[in-house]
Design a binder for this molecule. Sequence first.
Ligand SMILES: [Fe+2]
Length: 263
Amino acid sequence: MKISNATWTSAEEHPLTAENLRLLLDNRIAAIRIKGFASPDECHRFAAAAKQGNMQYYNVADRIGYIGLAQFQYRWNRSKEEFLADVPKARADVEQVFANSFDPLARVMQRLQAAWPYEVDFAREDGQPYFAGIIRSTSDKIDLHVDWAPVNSPDYAIGAIDGQLGWNFFAEELQSGGHTTVHNSPWDPAVTPGEIPKSYGLERSLVEGAPSFKYRPTAGDVVIFNTRNPHEIAPGTAAPGGSRVSIGSFIGRMPDKRLVLWA
Ligand SMILES: [Fe+2]
């Protein structure tokens, strides 16, 4: 049984400022929302371009479509070299979507850099950039999990971060449901050297009694939260013929306070 180790002083949304970014990285506030990040026309064009893009599926059973790649796909069975070799193709796939609409990744990086006094850039492994900005299309639920590189990916450069956030931009909304719940019970599992603990499909006992924060994904906004907190997405209902197109990545704070992005 895990004892809740809550750290929030505010379970509300806040605007993007340097101070709020620091508080979110230190897990003292629940979320940052950038309202009106994109216009309705940009949202429409981005969703349309994504649906024409190189959409892939994790397996045939689920319906979570994505464009780009996620580093966690390489965590267990594939090498770092394979991961880095696959980055350019993933980048080309999302850049095609950006070229046909607009570039939310560059805009997020500009907004972060405008607020943060240290460098904001892609994460790098021996100088080679990671991929960031994975596009997703789904209305399915996502089970309780955490994203925390020091435990998930200790052998990668991102394993050195001391705070991890996730940002998501929503180009479309669901008709109902689909909210994200973040539980303030920062993940601190027992780690056996050489083993990576399970971080997906976590037990409810991990979040019992912890403060939680629920946000609705509103089209045109970016929401950022600390992904070391267990979080989950409720199933939703898409508009007829629709889905929910979003793009996001992680933001880590390195020991020298640079922010690095990867997906
Ligand atoms: Fe997550």
